[in-house]
Design a protein. Structure first.
Ligand code: G16
Length: 542
C-alpha cells in the first residue's frame, strides 16, 4: 500500500561538491532523508517503470536509508530497483551497475572519506543515467524543491531482506538484490592485463592494499588476492565497518600513516595503496616514494596505453582546476586535449560522454576514466599495477623518469578544517577584492602574472559555473589557489593549493614543503590566513 505523508521542509538540503552531506543526527530528524529523496524524485522526469540503482558504502545509517529509498522508489513508480547485497555498492561499482543495466539513475549513500558512526557523517547523492553525479542543474532543482516540499510517498511494507541475492516485489516494483562485487570485478578484468599482473606477483612483487575498514574490502579481496593471486593478508582492514573502526577513511598521509610508514621502511613492499570510505579515492605509494594524486594522474595518462583497455591511446585528459599542471605537459606531448574543470567529478561527465577526455583526475586523490562516470580508487591501483608489470621498473624509477622527461610540478595542499564560516567567507571575499590590483605586484622574487576567480564554461552544454576558486598565477608558472571545500559538515574548510614547476632534473629531490616555502609565505601574506582563521598552521598537509 502506498502512503502519502505530510511533511515540512528543511532549509539546509543544498547538495555540496558531491551530494548532501550532514551529520547522522541531522539525517535522523523526522522525515529529513525522506524529504531529500522525494525532492530528488520530484526533480526528475520520465522514470515511471524504469530502473533505479541503490547502494552505499555501508556506513552507520546506511541500512535504514536504503530501506526508505527502496520503499519510496516503489511508491513513486520506479519499475525496478537493483540494490547491492547488504546495501553495499562502492561509488564506482554503483556507476558501473547504472551503466551496465541501463538504469534511469542511482541513489548512492555515502559521505565518502568523512568519518562514520552515530555522531559522524552521512550523505545521499543522486547519479544520472550515464552513471555520474547529477549536474548542477539537477542538484539546484533538488535544493529548490527541498525548500517547499510538503509531502512524500512511501510504500507501507515490512523491511526488505537485503542479505540474500534474489528478486522480490513490492507495490508493483521488482527489487533485485545483486552481488556488489561481480560486475565490477568483471569490468576491471576487461580493462587490465590480469595475466601480466598475476605473473609479476608470482615473481615476488609485493603489493599491499589498505581498505581502511571501508567499502573496498570485498572488492580488493576478490580482485587483488583472489584473481591476481596476491598472498592472503595483502589486503588489510578488509571488513567494512559502520564506523570504519573509528578512523577517517581518507587515504592521505595523515589517515593512512601506517601504510606510508610501511612503504618507507627498508623492507617495504613494492607497491602500497589505499582507498576511501566509498571506494572512489586512491592513495598510491611506491617503495620509498609517495606519488601525489596530481603526479599520479600525469603518470597514468603517460603510460595508460600499456593497459589493454587503453591501448588505442587517449582522446584527452581532464583535471580539476586546483590539480597541478603535470598532466598538461603529458597532454601536450601526446598532442591530445587537456580540460580544466571546477572541483567536483560531475564536471567531467560531459567531457567523458562526448569522448573528449578519456582519463580524468583531481588533486583530492581521485582518478578515473571513461569506464564509469565516477572516480575509481581500485581502477587507479590496477592501472598502476598493469604499468609496473609491463615496464618492469620500480615505481620510484617510473616517477623519476617522468620528472626527468616532463619536469616536476612540486605540489601541496594545506587544509584548515572546521574554521569559523564567517571568517572563511571573509578571507575569500578579501582575496576577491584584491584580484584587480594583484597582477604586476612582486613578492620577493615572485611576480603576479594574473589573478582571477575561476569560472568554467562547459564546452558541451555551455553551462557556466562561477566562483570556483581564487587563482593567483605567478610569472614562470607557479601558483597559489584558494577555495572553500564543498564536502565538509561542520564549519568551513579552507583549502590552499600551492604549486611550483621545476624543469631542472638536478633540483627534483628537494623536500616538497621546502621547495614551496616562498609560495607558502606569499599565500599567507596575501590572504592573512593566520589572523583571519586564528590558526597558526594547517590541520592537514597533503
Ligand atoms: C568529492 C568530489 C570530488 C572533489 C572532492 C573534494 O570527493 O567528488 O570531485 O574533488 O569532493 O571536494 P572539496 O574540495 O569541495 O571538499 P569525494 O571523494 O568526497 O566524493
Amino acid at each position: 500500500m502506498i502512503r502519502t505523508v505530510t511533511t515540512t521542509p528543511y532549509g539546509d538540503q543544498k547538495p555540496g561538491t558531491s551530494g548532501l552531506r550532514k551529520k547522522v543526527p541531522v539525517f535522523q530528524q523526522k522525515n529529513y532523508a525522506e524529504n531529500f529523496i522525494q525532492s530528488i524524485f520530484d526533480s526528475l522526469e520520465g522514470f515511471q517503470g524504469e530502473t533505479l540503482v541503490i547502494g552505499g558504502d555501508g556506513r552507520f545509517y546506511n541500512r535504514e536509508v536504503i530501506q526508505i529509498a527502496i520503499k519510496m522508489a516503489a511508491a513513486n513508480g520506479f519499475g525496478r530497483v537493483l540494490v547491492g547485497r547488504g546495501g553495499i555498492l562502492s561509488t564506482p561499482a554503483a556507476s558501473n551497475v547504472i551503466r551496465k543495466y541501463k538504469a534511469f539513475g542511482g541513489i548512492v549513500l555515502s559521505a565518502s572519506h568523512n568519518p562514520g558512526g552515530p555522531t559522524e557523517d552521512f550523505g545521499i547523492k543522486y547519479n544520472i543515467g550515464n552513471g555520474g553525479p547529477a549536474p548542477e542543474k539537477i542538484t539546484d532543482a533538488i535544493f529548490a524543491r527541498s525548500k517547499v516540499i510538503d509531502s512524500y510517498k512511501i510504500s507501507d511494507v515490512a523491511d526488505i531482506n537485503l542479505d540474500a541475492e534474489g528478486t522480490q516485489d513490492i507495490d508493483g516494483m521488482t527489487i533485485t538484490v545483486i552481488d556488489p562485487v561481480a560486475d565490477y570485478a568483471e569490468l576491471m578484468e576487461s580493462l587490465f592485463d590480469f595475466g601480466a599482473i598475476r605473473k609479476m606477483i608470482e615473481g615476488g612483487f609485493r603489493v599491499v592494499f589498505d581498505a581502511m575498514s571501508a567499502v573496498t574490502g570485498p572488492y580488493a579481496k576478490e580482485i587483488i588476492e583472489k584473481r591476481l593471486g596476491a598472498p592472503k593478508g595483502s589486503v588489510m582492514n578488509f571488513i567494512p565497518l559502520p564506523d570504519f573502526g573509528g578512523h577517517h577513511p581518507d587515504p592521505n598521509l595523515v589517515h593512512a600513516r601506517a601504510l606510508y610508514e610501511t612503504m618507507m621502511a627498508p623492507d617495504a613492499p613494492d607497491f602500497g595503496a589505499a582507498s576511501d570510505g566509498d571506494g572512489d579515492r586512491n592513495l598510491v605509494i611506491g617503495r620509498g616514494i609517495f606519488i601525489t594524486p596530481s603526479d599520479s594522474l600525469a603518470m597514468l595518462a603517460a603510460n595508460a596505453h600499456l593497459a589493454p583497455g587503453y591501448a588505442k591511446g587517449l582522446a584527452g585528459i581532464a583535471r580539476s582546476m586546483p590539480t597541478s599542471g603535470a598532466a598538461d605537459r603529458v597532454a601536450e606531448k601526446l598532442g591530445i586535449g587537456i580540460y580544466e574543470t571546477p572541483t567536483g567529478w560531475k564536471f567531467f561527465g560531459n567531457l567523458l560522454d562526448e569522448g573528449m577526455a578519456t582519463i580524468c583526475g583531481e588533486e583530492s586523490a581521485g582518478t578515473g576514466s571513461n569506464h564509469v562516470r565516477e572516480k575509481d580508487g581500485l581502477w587507479a591501483v590496477l592501472l598502476w599495477l598493469n604499468i609496473l608489470a609491463v615496464r618492469k621498473e620500480s615505481a620510484l624509477d617510473i616517477v623519476k623518469n617522468h620528472w626527468a622527461t616532463y619536469g616536476r610540478n612540486y605540489y601541496s595542499r594545506h587544509d584548515y578544517e572546521e574554521v569559523d564560516s564567517d571568517a572563511a567567507n571573509g578571507l575569500i571575499a578579501n582575496l576577491r577584492d584584491q584580484l584587480a590590483t594583484l597582477p604586476g605586484k612582486s613578492f620577493g622574487a615572485l611576480k603576479v602574472a594574473t589573478a582571477d576567480d575561476f569560472a568554467y564554461n562547459d564546452p558541451v552544454d555551455h553551462s557556466v559555473s562561477k566562483n570556483q576558486g581564487i587563482r593567483i598565477l605567478f610569472e614562470g608558472g607557479s601558483r597559489v589557489v584558494f577555495r572553500l571545500s564543498g564536502t565538509g559538515t561542520s564549519g568551513a574548510t579552507l583549502r590552499v593549493y600551492i604549486e611550483r614547476f621545476e624543469p631542472d632534473a638536478s633540483r627534483h629531490d628537494i623536500e616538497t614543503q621546502t621547495a614551496l616555502a616562498d609560495l607558502i609565505a606569499v599565500a599567507e601574506e596575501i590572504a592573512s590566513i593566520k589572523t583571519r582563521t586564528g590558526r597558526t598552521e594547517p590541520s592537514v598537509i597533503t
